[in-house]
Design a binder for this molecule. Sequence first.
Ligand SMILES: C[S@@+](CC[C@H](N)C(=O)[O-])C[C@H]1O[C@@H](n2cnc3c(N)ncnc32)[C@H](O)[C@@H]1O
Length: 330
Amino acid sequence: MALPFVFVVTNVATAPHAKSEVLRAHPEARFAFSRPGLLTFKHPAASPTFGDDLVLTRVAGQSLGQASDVDSLLALVPEPHAQVAWHVFPRDPEHAGSIVHATTLRESLASRGLEKTAPAIGETVIDVAVAEGEPSFVGHHVHGPGRWSVAGGLPGVVVPELSPSRAFAKLEEALLWSGLSPRPGSVVVELGAAPGGATLACLLRGLPVVAFDPGALDPRVRDFVGPNGARVIFHERPAGTAKKDELPADARFLVSDMNLAPPVALRYVARVRAMLPKLEAAILTIKLNDEKMIEPLSRWIELVRAMRFSDVRATQLPSHRQEMVIVARV
Ligand SMILES: C[S@@+](CC[C@H](N)C(=O)[O-])C[C@H]1O[C@@H](n2cnc3c(N)ncnc32)[C@H](O)[C@@H]1O
């Protein structure tokens, strides 16, 4: 039986901000309980589409209850078991015991023929957030644009040893979440590239990069040659100094990750975007270090929309700390 409760799954460190976002966007919701990485709320209009509007959550939907074994889990699910997608994930993705517990539960479901994990748009997903030594939390949501198709919004990106920063994961996760799949050879302009994790991710995908940063690029990335000879041309200067003749006229993607306040970073992004006539999409990391930058999240999204993008979505990725990503398509 569906309950008048909704849930959100968040990065553990950002849970307080996710809670504020829910209460701001849904004043009718009342906080119910929290565990690391999970928050629930009483909501008079709880439904499995809850959370389509939220940014600081990886998964959201309607609560179904708690289950301590597979039979009690299956008893909570109202939809035909063979038709839904099963997303079993550790509530805290850093907790080794919970990761093992999630794997065991996934295997138990598979042994009963419940192996579907990839939802189509409009299909129901059963979310099972597990934590070692506790009953599993169970909810459901409807898959749609802007929702992760992998369990818990945890795509399991592995940062290669060669990468000088975790920003490798930020870029890869943004591509997986958004479904953007740049054709090899597509040129990327990158603002805030040092030390070069995201640049490396692009080069490994065969995407040549033109990058700006006043800090130094790691020499291993600076000299790296990816598939199809993809290399980086690096300008060791602030993004604000980028000149039109330094920006490739055929650039298809704009990537930005500058540790600047959002209005400042977005001003530089807007200036460069205006010089890229062939752009297909932008992947913009927005720093939320300053509390004052969190409440007006929608303002940063609107600023990006005003840069002549038609489809603009934002989320917090699993590798993010105090930040979010805006993915904008022309
Ligand atoms: C989080 S780091 C970027 C990580 C990088 N994308 C990677 O993949 O390793 C933020 C970067 O923003 C850069 N930055 C700060 N102000 C900038 C500006 N005005 N123009 C370009 N980059 C800037 C910093 O030098 C720093 O390297």
